[in-house]
Design a protein around this ligand. Structure first.
Ligand code: FES
Length: 111
């Protein structure tokens, strides 16, 4: 695993994601309670940025057609999206969020 600093924990809003570039990927970092998650910042339905949507509980909502994605798994929980979004390992230390983009947690290949 190879973790790269993505942002400070304080940079991540409570109710929306934070878009950051880590390695070659656009990532959205979001929080669910005290935990942080990192997904590819790309809706699996029509390839818009998920970071533009709201975060509620452990889900982020796509602003365009309203699909919600579980931050923990990347899986859509509402239509129209049916395919998961790539999720990345996260480490929190020294008040910062680190993300490993060398592999995905859910086996989805980032695009
Ligand atoms: S583009 Fe995200 S749900 Fe359609």
């Amino acid at each position: 695993m190879s973790f790269t600093r993505a942002c400070a924990t304080d940079d991540v809003p409570v109710d929306e994601g934070l878009a950051v570039t880590v390695g070659e990927y656009e990532i959205v970092v979001a929080r669910c309670g005290d935990d942080f998650y990192a997904l590819q910042n790309l809706c699996s339905h029509a390839a818009v940025e998920l970071s533009e949507g709201e975060v509620s509980g452990c889900a982020i909502e796509c602003w365009l057609h309203g699909s919600t994605f579980d931050l923990r798994t990347g899986k859509p929980t509402t239509f129209p999206a049916t395919e998961p979004v790539a999720t990345f390992a996260v480490e929190v230390r020294d008040a910062a969020v680190y993300v490993d983009t060398t592999t995905t947690l859910n086996g989805v290949t980032p695009t």
